[in-house]
Design a protein around this ligand. Structure first.
Ligand code: IVH
Length: 686
């Protein structure tokens, strides 16, 4: 496209989008489909990215535009947005630094630099710049896919629409925290109450609510700010160090946190943590801890990620806030996996700015340990997003001891303590033995199935599931997908609270999920120990659902090749593996999955980096490795698409042998397998 053509096209696009906006908002009569409208905006953004100097004053990308769908579009993060592991004590911080040295195979006394900075209590967002121009902005979502809140993020004064300076990479995704400071929060909440609306509980909820407004003009009127602290996709490195990268962000026009320092030891890191903790009340915005990151970006690269968090960073959380209140009752809840969880129903009390009326009592042993019963006064604590906990009884209310049920309070089936296969120990959690025949387990499983990180069916939440279940209309996942075809009898549109539009929207949302990612499909089954992280690892490893499903069903014992393969996946432990074997081995679960597959297509997962020389190959490490630890060797091999196995067989492609290699080397030699030194292996994968 020439400059002249670009100019003309931008002019036409500005007009077309303006007309479409007017048809949608003013006339309530859209002439374009959402997809057509999105395509226009995308084209506009792409041309602007190529010719930033041609951006028009009336460009739709600069205007406080709006979202035609009435809800947000999705943006797939080019690089996943991760979470952080937590540290709670100074010792945890020391352990974290030692873990890193072990992983990197460095002597204990090596000095590694770490940055330390406040952990802002807001919500994270990712901003994409192409040629220095902001082209899109998204929420974190489930870490893989976020919501497209570009128009809303554009309204923040602390988010540059065009970058300053000139040394930014062509593609640059800046990530950080959207937050509201204390002074602004107070003013904003006062206005909210004056307007007859509910006050926000805390600045983080207010920031989240303000960012996810359908009308960006409302977001524009809210005092949102943005701190930049990390990045996603980049077309060139930002620096050699974390500190240097953050300095670059500041040069390009972002607000960064001035309370960030480099430290050389856990002692220095912990001292800085305690300084920030002391400064916390006067900072003017909410923070919930301190984040430490390895400063050297080359080391960050080597350390990589485990499941959903980087190995090179950790959040050192502040201690929880405490309060004293009365326990009115103890209620036993039954979860998706049948676990009975006692919940203390509290006399409502404000802890750290949030009203708390429930606290977890974990399990039967905890109730005995605390000696807690209804009527007692107790001390509770609340830390961040974690469910409040009961710490101790402060005054006995005089009631008899609480009798823990031996049967499920919902279906009356026996509730028993499992025996851990590995340790032979009795589990502390009592579980209802009725499986999906227990209404509580069935409903909780269905709620999990439709939840955001699983099938993500809009308009289908816990309330709707409970109603559909109670009416006997949805008692298993497959029935969600037959609701529409049964609607002649159901007549959802005539139910209280429903209408033509909401019923149609629900069916559309269900139909939109008839194809689904492998990892989401697996996660949605709600199998014990199979969270998002494990589901992702399994999808990346097996790629095709059928292959995975068949492999797991073929497991007979610990010698089965499918079992050995499953256990060789970095990050998949024996708990998850046996849970998969038991779940997919059960005939009723197989029937349930097969019925579901009549309505749903599971998409093939993306193979991790196919361009490496070793992708799809199986490698075995043996002997002492000198260049890296066993864990790093394994993680790196997998990151370039190789499979790591613990034993040599005809299927082994490479044996990487260090000094002291024994029987594996002998076997590999007899099988004619390629034998490499550590350096040869490194050459091959680099
Ligand atoms: S770094 C790969 N730095 O904490 C590392 N996160 O619990 C990505 N957060 O999702 C995060 N302040 O929303 C980082 N200074 C900071 C942070 C920070 C707040 C949030 C962020 C992240 C969450 C993890």
């Amino acid at each position: 496209m020439t400059e002249d053509e670009a100019k003309k096209r931008l002019k036409a696009l500005a007009m077309e989008i303006r007309i479409a906006d007017a048809q949608y908002y003013q006339d309530d009569a859209p002439a374009l489909s959402d997809a057509e409208y999105d395509a226009l905006r995308q084209e506009n953004a792409q041309i602007e990215a190529k010719f930033p100097h041609l951006i028009r004053k009336d460009s739709p990308s600069l205007a406080v535009g709006a979202n035609p769908a009435g809800k947000f579009g999705k943006i797939k993060h080019a690089v996943p947005m991760l979470s952080l592991d937590n540290a709670f004590t100074d010792q945890d911080v020391e352990d974290f630094t030692m873990r890193i040295k072990r992983f990197l195979n460095l002597p204990e006394n090596t000095v590694i630099e770490f940055t330390a900075e406040p952990k802002i209590d807001g919500l994270s967002a990712s901003l994409r710049y192409e040629n220095g121009v902001l082209v899109s902005g998204a929420t974190r979502g489930d870490g893989q896919v976020g919501e497209d809140v570009t128009a809303n993020l554009r309204t923040l004064a602390t988010i540059p629409k065009k970058l300053s300076g000139a040394d930014w990479p062509e593609v640059l995704e800046i990530r950080g925290e959207v937050y509201i400071d204390h002074a602004n929060f107070d003013t904003m909440n006062a206005e909210q109450v004056k307007a007859g609306k509910d006050a926000y509980k805390n600045p983080r909820n207010a920031a989240a609510g303000s960012l996810r407004q359908i009308d960006p003009e409302i977001t524009a009127a809210r005092p949102l700010k943005f701190f930049a602290y990390t990045w996603g996709e980049i077309s060139a490195p930002l620096s050699d160090t974390q500190m240097g990268a953050v300095a670059a962000m500041a040069r390009w026009g972002f607000e960064t946190n001035s309370n960030m320092k480099v430290h050389k030891s856990p002692a220095e890191m912990n001292a800085h943590y305690h300084e920030i903790e002391a400064a916390r009340p006067g900072l003017g915005y909410d923070i919930d801890g301190v984040v430490y990151k390895v400063n050297d970006l080359a080391l960050q690269d080597r350390l990589g990620f485990i499941s959903r968090a980087p190995r090179w960073a950790i959040a050192h959380k502040f201690p929880a806030e405490k309060a004293i209140t009365k326990i009115n009752d103890i209620e036993i809840q039954v979860g998706r996996t049948g676990a009975l969880t006692p919940v203390a129903k509290l006399e409502p009390i404000t802890v750290g700015g949030v009203v708390v009326s429930n606290a977890t009592l974990h399990n039967e042993d905890e109730i005995t340990r605390l000696g807690v019963k209804p009527g007692d006064m107790v001390e509770i604590q609340r830390a961040g997003d974690v469910i409040p906990q009961v710490l101790r009884v402060t005054k006995d209310g005089g009631n008899p001891p609480f009798k823990y049920p031996e049967n499920c309070p919902i279906c009356d089936a026996p509730a028993v303590n499992d025996i851990d296969e590995k340790t032979g120990r009795v589990d502390v959690v009592r579980r209802c033995t009725n499986g999906l025949n227990c209404p509580a387990q069935a409903v909780e499983s269905l709620i999990h199935f439709v939840s955001r990180r699983a099938f993500d069916i809009d308009g289908m939440g816990s309330k709707q599931i409970e109603v559909f279940y109670d009416k006997g209309l949805v008692t298993a996942p497959a029935q969600i997908f037959t609701l529409q075809s049964r609607n002649d009898d159901i007549k959802l549109e005539s139910w209280e609270g429903w209408g033509e539009t909401s019923a149609r929207n629900l069916f559309d949302a269900i139909n939109a999920r008839r194809t689904i990612d492998f990892d989401k499909f697996l996660y949605a089954q709600g199998i014990r120990h199979i969270g998002q992280g494990n589901a992702g690892l399994l999808a990346k490893h097996y790629l095709k659902w059928d292959k995975f499903y068949e492999a797991i069903r073929s497991i007979e014992n610990d010698e089965s090749p499918a079992w050995i393969e499953l256990m060789s996946i970095d990050g998949v432990g024996p708990g998850a593996a046996s849970s998969l074997r038991d779940f997919f081995g059960a005939k009723n679960n197989q029937a349930m999955i097969n019925r579901l597959l009549d309505h749903v297509t599971v998409m093939e997962a993306e193979a991790p980096s196919t361009d490496s020389a070793v992708s799809g190959k199986t490698v075995v490490f043996t002997g002492k490795l000198e260049r890296f630890s066993r864990d790093e060797a394994k993680a790196r091999a997998q990151s370039v698409g190789a499979k790591v196995s613990g034993s040599v067989s005809a299927k082994t492609d490479y044996l990487v042998a260090g000094p002291g290699a024994g029987s594996k080397l002998t076997k590999a030699t007899s099988l004619g397998i390629d034998i490499l030194t550590e350096d040869e292996w490194l050459d091959l994968i680099n």
